[in-house]
Design a protein. Structure first.
Length: 92
């Protein structure tokens, strides 16, 4: 399964967000980790897990309530397309 060379496009939205957590450190700056859940059907052949947050869920994610944040970590329900490339590091 190739992950690094695939670009995911979300249709009908100008801006998308992924669920992640981070902390500032003197040594590393602001390292982060993306939160994962089962991937949506549209990209399952490329990624087996990912969380894309629809705009309507952004406030629930940043509310700081673990229960509310956990509730939005699920497969993305809107249609997505994948722009694939056969060249490492190249897209389009």
């Amino acid at each position: 399964m190739r992950k690094a060379d695939d670009l995911h496009l979300v249709l009908a939205q100008d801006t998308v967000a992924v669920a992640a957590i981070w902390r500032d450190t003197d040594e590393l700056g602001a390292p982060y980790t993306m939160v994962m859940a089962e991937a949506c059907v549209h990209v399952a052949d490329v990624h087996d897990r990912m969380v894309v947050l629809p705009r309507d869920d952004w406030q629930q994610w940043v509310d700081r309530s673990p229960e509310k944040a956990r509730a939005v970590c699920q497969a993305y329900s809107a249609a997505m397309t994948v722009d694939r490339t056969s060249e490492t590091g190249k897209r389009g």
